[in-house]
Design a protein around this ligand. Structure first.
Ligand SMILES: CC(C)(COP(=O)(O)OP(=O)(O)OC[C@H]1O[C@@H](n2cnc3c(N)ncnc32)[C@H](O)[C@@H]1OP(=O)(O)O)[C@@H](O)C(=O)NCCC(=O)NCCS
Length: 242
């Protein structure tokens, strides 16, 4: 019920795990001890918000809130020619490896609402670096398509299954926001999904990011569910209880 989060463990140089299912009462306490004995320094757990009893159990065992997420979904029903006309005026193209330095600059400071900035386990410096690493990896990752709006924004698209796709990240630099670039990037992503047989797109945003929520609503996304991410710093929690 605890799985190692390989990428995070390597990136933060600390063993990080994810609780995939919340066991009842004493079993959770034992699981936390086992995790500590196996060298885990941190555990996270993400639950859909209707699981209040499980959230309260996690709190009882020292887990704290790091993030409330809204998962949005959109059926891609428009035909490709319509989407094409909406992006024809903007300068959007596929990213290549050469765009990594530009993307790393673009991403700096854009995702301050994210859980990494609100979780005492991570330093602000680490939180800053994580998005730079993600965007760089996305360009190299064959399962992710990245589109860029020259020096002003980007969007990443990931195919989840035959029909479903996800937008892990979208960002427009502050001085270019509010000019329709985010909308054009999203239309480009939806067009790519449609061309590749994907007819349902999802995107997750933090509940404290009202600008992004308005943005997705305007683009026709609908709320699918709300989730909560909890974190537990193992060394601190066990020290407190000793
Ligand atoms: C969310 C984001 C990508 C939007 O990009 P953008 O280029 O500024 O968006 P657009 O100009 O295409 O705006 C489209 C719609 O979004 C909404 N919107 C955009 N900026 C807004 C703001 N400051 N306040 C309220 N609504 C806003 C509006 O409904 C707008 O439509 P309108 O111009 O007709 O009012 C951009 O704000 C951003 O990069 N934010 C930081 C990173 C981030 O939060 N990414 C999403 C993480 S899940």
């Amino acid at each position: 019920m605890i799985e190692k989060v390989e990428w995070d463990s390597e990136f933060f140089s600390r063993k990080i795990g994810r609780l995939t299912k919340v066991p009842q009462g004493k079993k959770l306490k034992n699981l936390i001890h086992q995790a500590h004995n196996k060298g885990y320094e941190y555990l996270s757990c993400r639950l859909i918000l209707d699981k209040i009893a499980e959230i309260q159990l996690l709190e009882k065992h020292g887990f704290y809130l790091t993030d409330i997420g809204i998962v949005w979904e959109k059926k891609i029903i428009k035909n490709i020619s319509n989407l094409k006309s909406q992006i024809s005026n903007s300068n959007i193209r596929e990213a290549t490896g050469k765009d990594s330095p530009m993307l790393k600059t673009t991403v700096r400071g854009l995702f301050k609402d994210s859980r990494f900035y609100n979780d005492p386990f991570f330093t602000k410096k680490e939180a800053d670096k994580v998005y730079q690493a993600w965007v760089e990896n996305s360009v190299e990752d064959k399962t992710i398509k990245v589109f860029v709006a020259e020096k002003s924004g980007f969007i990443t698209c990931k195919r989840l299954s035959k029909n479903r796709g996800d937008i892990p990240h979208i960002g427009v630099i502050p001085k270019s926001q509010g000019k329709g670039i985010g909308t054009s990037l999203m239309h480009r992503a939806l067009k790519w999904f449609k061309e590749n047989g994907v007819n349902t797109a999802t995107v997750r945003t933090q509940a404290n990011n009202s600008i992004a929520m308005n943005f997705y609503k305007k683009l026709g996304f609908e709320v699918k569910y709300i989730d909560m991410t909890m974190g537990l710093i193992l060394s601190m929690e066990l020290k407190k209880k000793a």
